[in-house]
Design a binder for this molecule. Structure first.
Ligand code: PGA
Length: 250
């Protein structure tokens, strides 16, 4: 049995006072751990605060992107080692907003994935098709290309501690969730594709679903055979909702 993981993606939301309330609520409710693993991926400036409030609890934390470079003259960028300095365990890589708004190609995403692994972090690699691609029946080709770009560069060993998140772009922040069956189909496709290179690793690999997961739909999604938890955007900003989703994974 794979352990489930529920990871919050705060995106560019938050503030010191609001974060404190949210993190303290989470620490109070699930800080001692539960059946599912739990993590929050916060904006860079709040990593120190998150570390201070979650240190010693069972809740892990991480960032939402990183530089593909280890160090150097890259104004505005943040390296894997810097994230590790603040106790990060996870870093989201290739979120669709990074791909579409900041021009991250499959190759850039692969380089960032490798940088995360080399820095001792667990990348949460996001894959997902647009509505146009789904309606054009090319979902599997799109997911395969996004995935293969990373496996070719990182190798299967690179996935030893990595997590994959399937996030259909049309379901992110739209309130329109993939049905459990739609999500399961793509999750099974991803696992089978990984299994062609390493069956044991594919069996262990946590594949999360992301895209309008809410307390109301979480149990049904997490009940599917190949869905090992969720990457949660909007609902991770409300303690009660995020806790209910963690509960649904337990
Ligand atoms: P959402 O975002 O839960 O608000 O749809 C998910 C994500 O972007 O990771």
């Amino acid at each position: 049995m794979r352990r489930k993981l529920v990871a919050g993606n705060w995106k560019m939301y938050g503030g010191l006072a609001r974060n404190r309330d949210l993190l303290q609520s989470l620490a109070h409710a699930i800080g001692k751990g539960g059946k599912a693993d739990c993590a929050v991926c916060v904006p860079f400036p709040y990593l120190a605060q998150t570390q201070e409030l979650l240190k010693g609890t069972a809740i892990a934390w991480g960032a939402q992107t990183l530089s593909e470079h280890a160090q150097g003259a890259y104004t505005g960028e943040t390296s894997a080692a810097m994230l590790a300095d603040f106790g990060c365990r996870y870093v989201i890589v290739g979120h669709s907003e990074r791909r579409s708004l900041y021009g991250e190609s499959n190759e850039t995403v692969a380089a960032k994935f490798v940088a995360a692994v080399q820095g001792g972090l667990a990348p949460i690699l996001c894959l997902g098709e647009t509505l146009e691609q789904r309606e054009g029946n090319v979902t599997e080709q799109v997911i395969a290309a996004q995935l293969d770009a990373v496996t070719q560069v990182a190798g299967m060993n690179g996935f030893a501690s990595a997590v994959i998140a399937y996030e259909p772009v049309w379901a992110i922040g739209t309130g329109r969730t993939a049905t459990p069956q739609q999500a399961q189909e793509v999750h099974a496709f991803i696992r089978q594709r990984m299994a062609k290179s390493d069956a044991a690793l594919a069996q262990r690999l946590q594949i999360l679903y992301g895209g309008s997961v809410k307390p109301q739909n979480a149990s049904e999604l997490f009940g599917m055979a190949d869905i090992d938890g969720g990457l949660i955007g909007g609902a991770s900003l409300v303690a009660q909702d995020f806790l209910a989703i963690c509960q649904a994974a337990g």
